[in-house]
Design a protein. Sequence first.
Length: 278
Amino acid sequence: MIVRPDYLEIRGLTVTFDGFVAVDHVDLTVFQQDLRFLIGPNGAGKTTIIDALTGLVPATGYARYGATDLLGRKPHQIARLGIGRTFQTASVFTELTVLQNLDIAAGAGRSPLSLLRARRGVPPQVAEALETIGLSRASGQLAGSLSHGQKQWLEIGMLLVQNAKVMLLDEPVAGMSADEREQTGALLKSIATDRTVIIVEHDMDFLRAWADSVTVLHGGKVLSEGSVADVQADPKVQEVYLGSGHTAQVPAQAAEPVAHDAGPSTGEQHVLVTEGIR
Ligand SMILES: Nc1ncnc2c1ncn2[C@@H]1O[C@H](COP(=O)(O)OP(=O)(O)OP(=O)(O)O)[C@@H](O)[C@H]1O
């Protein structure tokens, strides 16, 4: 792998909410081509890290992409620097077509009214994004009529046409069918060839199938980092996921996270969690 200078480097990232330290001196380095998964129990600080990197919450420390500092900037400035994110719930314009959604994301130098008008030809970067996300044939379809998975792909396409070089994806496969998960894995792998991609995910099967590397968070701190095999073998990770039999939080199969206050785990949950990390 050729290491290029434009990679994401985070040092001592800290986010505090009214005295509560949600992210606690996190160090993270992610290179292009390294499909990095960020995992951890509910409340570990995963989404807050993405929020801090995209200017939604104030943070201290240091976060740099290439030569550019990210902290202390407004969300739109960070987006313009090529740092893109998705949310747990896809935010597409449901009343507009797939193509119109991509057009708006691309800006394309057109007025809002002209974006809504039919027009000849599709800008090359939009056509390329349509192809990459597998929605070329659905380009005229209303985004609201897409499947859950297709909406997530459209959102990724909207980042592609904005030339996002860093993509921070929050639970991209939650609620997807098995087929959609498979297609999403292949999509993420392909976009990570020349981008820095971080995926927050609870789905351990998906992680095992697609992660190049994993960072495990717990209580706002980095607990473990390495390959899937490395983190699975780490006793600290096993302790967090398996706990004393009362702290089970990450299901093996379910796409949705289990609530933090789900109460003592049952024997069945415990088996699921054991399968989840092994
Ligand atoms: N705006 C906020 N104000 C106060 N506390 C917050 C805020 N946002 C997050 N937190 C707290 O920070 C901690 C980390 O939350 P975060 O959403 O980052 O966790 P997470 O690892 O993404 O969890 P999940 O897997 O459940 O999404 C939690 O204790 C949460 O309650």
